[in-house]
Every structure is written in structure tokens, then in C-alpha cells.
Design a protein around this ligand. Structure first.
Ligand code: GDP
Length: 447
């Protein structure tokens, strides 16, 4: 990896008007010249950069496709290398034929994420920006897209760089104290003040993580309740689709049916435990045990109760269970005569049959999930960033303790440097190759 000239189909597999085959590396222009015949007969080597040319990709005498070629010489390209993009006809067979021709003429098939990895290795973007690009591609809602953009355009990195710079200056000041102890030692009060501010910045970032994570990854909402209370109907009503079964999460001991929903920009995965009935286990243990499991994975629990019949012992157990997590109790079947008062359980009156209460329920969902939302704040959403910020925070706290107790300055320097290193892992200055490899392998081919 990291060597040679790479090629890949950069648009999704499938049919489309056009598709793009991308070529990047030191030989990009030479290879393109071998296969591309421009309408004017002009070679790419003689063509100025950032031009679009019309012509044909040829495999010897055979025409592979009619294309528009974009010529971009480094360093003003995504990878900072020479890049040539072929806008071909958008069919999988055509694009594969163009790709094969490029490979036969000296290019190598790119690994997933290799274009972006080169952009990182060549210093065009930092690691946080690269991760922002993955998130941008994977964004499920508009809010997730905006959040990803703060990372991909470098705003999030600037936050880390800003904190790192403050820590670097403290580290330098402390080192001066260590190196020249005979000189007048300045008050450490100034440093302690800056450290306190850095501590606050890191704490704010950590606190925003839960919200960022919800926007990026979505919230898991578990629908629990006894058989026949109307869970599947509630699910259908909320997602307004007849298909209750969309995905089955494999690899778990039970099958949970999930359905995706977008509530105010938060992608929600509704997990229905209705599959319970299909199981061979006894209903009683299932209702409670399975719900307990679904509950432990959920960010929010929707407990459905049937208002048209008296609450059973199992309903009561589920009510008690739900208290352990953020939850909403739904008193379903309000079109039927009621057997109990919804207010008693702070339950939300709902009718899955007619959809009455749907808008209010979605509002409540949004409110519960957005509880932590802070407008305009830079939000952490990536668990890797969160872990490193947490590490940096712990080191800063350690340094604060050391300074406050009047211990040796070099001890505090060690902690501050550890915090700097943790932040460097986020943006990529001090990150190991194994970590970068793992990050870029999450990309799709051609990115
Ligand atoms: P689940 O076992 O909890 O998933 O329950 P279902 O969604 O399969 O519903 C059980 C029964 O209750 C079905 O016959 C539904 O048509 C009925 N049901 C669900 N919601 C309502 C409602 O709001 N009003 C009425 N009258 N019946 C409902």
C-alpha cells in the first residue's frame, strides 16, 4: 500500500447516467495517455492541468468507452498526486472494462479508502477530517451530514489543535522551570488558570459526545410490551409502512426486528421485540427476559400497554423494568373503552389503529433524545475521539493535582505531554499505523 498508481471505480456499483473511474499516483498521466485518445489528438502530457477532455478509452484497436476525462496534476488534487478521472457510461460492465484497461496498462487496484489515505499521508487532510469524510458518506440524516461536515472541513480538528497549542505552551513553560531551576520561578497561577480552561474545554467535549453519537449513529429505541398490546401496530404506525420486518440483526441470540426512522434529524433504529411470540420459550419468561435484553441495549425504551384491558402482573414487571432507562409509556388502543387511567402511569395515550397521537409521540421521542442538544457547539460523535479526549482529560487532571500540591514540575510535564499525545492520536500526528489502517479500511472502494 501507499505506492504506485492506483485505480478504482469511485461511483456506486449499478446503473447510472455516468460513473467515474479514478486514477491517482505518479504514473497517472502516463497510464492515461496509453489508453486515452482525445478528439483533438493531443496527449495529456502536453495538456495544462485542470482540463476536461473529450475522447475514447482504447484497448489497443478496440474502443472501450466514450468518455470525458478530467486531468488534474498534483498537488492541487484530492490526493495531492496526479489524478485522472474518467467519466464513463454508468454501467457496471462498462466501468469494469475501463478499470481493467487501466490495470492492464500499469495501474493497481486501489484498496478501500486508499485515495483518502493518500490525502492524509500527503498532508492534505488530517485523520479527523478523513473520518469526517466517512461519516459524511454514511450520514443518514441532514443533521448527521452537518455534524460530519464540521469534522470533514476541519472545524473539529481546529478545536483539538487549539487545545493542543495551549497545552504545548504550558509544557514549554514548565520545562523552562525544570531546566533552569536557579532562575526566578514564576508563579504557576497563570498555568493553572490555562489548565483549568483546557479542562473545561475537554469536559464540554466529553459531555457533548452522547448527543453527537446519537446524531451520527442514531438512537436505539426498544419497543417492549406483552404480546398483543399492539407493539407491531405501533411500529407500523410510527414508520408508516406495512413492512414491519426490515432487517434482522444476525449474530445475536434472538432476532430483533428493526426499522429505521428519522426523528428531527436523529436517525432512530426501532427495535421490535414482537418476534417474542415466535419463540419456543414460555411467554412469561420471554416477555420479561427478552425485554430486559432489548432494554439493556436501548438508548430509549417505548413500553406499550393495552389500555383496553386491566394491567397484568407482567405489565407491572415491565413498568418496573422500564424505569431503569429513559422511557416513554404508551397506553395503546384508546379507541376502545379504557380499563385504567393513563395518567396513573404517566402514560402517553395513543391509538395505533387510527394513528391518533402519532405526531405528539414523535415529538416526545425527539425531546427525550435531544435532551442534551446544544446548538452551535462542536460535538464529538466518534467513539475513538471520545476515548482520546477522556484520556487527555485524565492526564490534565493529573497535571493539575501535581501543580496544586507543589510537586516537581517535570511530573506535570509528563502528564501534559500525555494529554498532547492523546489529542495527536485524534488528528493523526501521533497515531499508530495500525489505527490508521483500521480507519481507512472502513471506507468503501474507490474513496
Ligand atoms: P403485538 O403482539 O404487541 O405486536 O400486537 P399487535 O400489533 O400484533 O396487535 C395485537 C392486536 O391488537 C391486533 O389485532 C391489532 O389489530 C390490535 N391493535 C393494535 N393496536 C390497536 C389499537 O390502537 N386499537 C385497536 N382497537 N386495536 C389495536
Amino acid at each position: 500500500m501507499n505506492e504506485g498508481t492506483i485505480a478504482a471505480i469511485s461511483t456506486p456499483q449499478g446503473l447510472g447516467g455516468i460513473a467515474i473511474v479514478r486514477l491517482s499516483g505518479p504514473e497517472a498521466i502516463t497510464i492515461a495517455d496509453r489508453v486515452f485518445v482525445s478528439a483533438t489528438g493531443k496527449k495529456l502530457q502536453e495538456t495544462p492541468t485542470h482540463r476536461v477532455l473529450y475522447g475514447h478509452v482504447k484497448n489497443g484497436e478496440e474502443t472501450v468507452d466514450e468518455v470525458l476525462l478530467v486531468l488534474m496534476r498534483g498537488p492541487k488534487t484530492f490526493t495531492r498526486e496526479d489524478v485522472v478521472e474518467f467519466n464513463c457510461h454508468g454501467g457496471p460492465v462498462v466501468t469494469k472494462a475501463v478499470l481493467k484497461t487501466l490495470i492492464a496498462n500499469g495501474a493497481r487496484l486501489a484498496e478501500p479508502g486508499e485515495f483518502t489515505k493518500r490525502a492524509f499521508l500527503n498532508g492534505r487532510i488530517d485523520l479527523t477530517q478523513a473520518e469526517g469524510i466517512i461519516d459524511l458518506i454514511n450520514a443518514k440524516t441532514d443533521r448527521a451530514r452537518k455534524l460530519a461536515q464540521t469534522a470533514s472541513d476541519g472545524e473539529l480538528s481546529q478545536e483539538f489543535f487549539g487545545i493542543r497549542d495551549r497545552l504545548l505552551s504550558i509544557s514549554a513553560e514548565l520545562l523552562a522551570v525544570v531546566d533552569f531551576p536557579e532562575e526566578e520561578i514564576e508563579e504557576t497561577g497563570g498555568m493553572e488558570q490555562v489548565l483549568a480552561e483546557v479542562h473545561q474545554q475537554l469536559t464540554d467535549l466529553c459531555e457533548g459526545y452522547e448527543q453527537g453519537r446519537l446524531i451520527r449513529d442514531g438512537a436505539k429505541v426498544a419497543l417492549i410490551g406483552c404480546p398483543n398490546v399492539g407493539k407491531s401496530s405501533v411500529l407500523k404506525c410510527l414508520t408508516r409502512t406495512e413492512r414491519a420486518i426490515v432487517t434482522e440483526i444476525a449474530g445475536t441470540t434472538r432476532d430483533v426486528l428493526t426499522e429505521d426512522l428519522n426523528v428531527d434529524g436523529i436517525p432512530i433504529q426501532l427495535m421490535d421485540t414482537a418476534g417474542i411470540r415466535e419463540s419456543e420459550d414460555r411467554i412469561e419468561s420471554l416477555g420479561v427476559e427478552r425485554s430486559r435484553q432489548a432494554l439493556s441495549e436501548a438508548d430509549l425504551v417505548l413500553l406499550v400497554l393495552d389500555r383496553s384491558r386491566s394491567l397484568t402482573e407482567e405489565d407491572q414487571k415491565l413498568l418496573a423494568l422500564a424505569q431503569a432507562r429513559p422511557h416513554i409509556v404508551i397506553a395503546n388502543k384508546t379507541d376502545l373503552p379504557s380499563a385504567w387511567q393513563a395518567e396513573k402511569y404517566q402514560a402517553f395515550s395513543f391509538c395505533a389503529k387510527t394513528g391518533e397521537g402519532r405526531a405528539e409521540l414523535l415529538n416526545q421521542l425527539s425531546e427525550k433524545l435531544s435532551g442534551l442538544h446544544r446548538e452551535n457547539a462542536v460535538l464529538l460523535s466518534n467513539v475513538r475521539h471520545f476515548e482520546q479526549v477522556t484520556r487527555a482529560l485524565a492526564s490534565v487532571e493529573q497535571a493539575q493535582t501535581t501543580l496544586q500540591s507543589g510537586m516537581e514540575a517535570d511530573l506535570a510535564v509528563i502528564d501534559i505531554n500525555a494529554a498532547i499525545e492523546a489529542l495527536g492520536e485524534i488528528t493523526g500526528e501521533t497515531v499508530s499505523e495500525a489505527v490508521t489502517d483500521r480507519i481507512f479500511s472502513q471506507f468503501c472502494l474507490g474513496k
